[in-house]
Ligand binder design. Structure first.
Ligand code: ZN
Length: 88
């Protein structure tokens, strides 16, 4: 194996990141294109925060917790609560 994937992780979380890394490679192998891979990685929570392409509800689902994404999720939850109560 070559040095295709530079290691940037600390030894403490080696097992977890290795699993994530292998999962990421698998996703990349089955994805149709880069956008598909990004979407799948996001859905699996494997996408690094800085690579989240879109902020808002999609970003929140992808694991981003920036102000924009958290606010989008809060807005959605408030809307759901209102719908569940059936009025107002
Ligand atoms: Zn975000």
């Amino acid at each position: 194996m070559g040095n295709l994937n530079r290691r940037t992780w600390g030894p403490a979380d080696e097992a977890t990141t290795d699993e994530k890394h292998r999962a990421s490679l698998y996703v990349a192998s089955i994805a149709h294109d880069k956008a598909d891979a990004t979407h799948l990685l996001g859905a699996l929570g494997l996408l690094p925060k800085r690579l989240t392409a879109e902020h808002g509800m999609r970003g929140y689902r992808a694991g981003c917790r920036c102000t924009t994404c958290r606010k989008a999720n809060t807005t959605r939850l408030n809307r759901q609560n209102r719908t569940a109560k059936g009025d107002q």
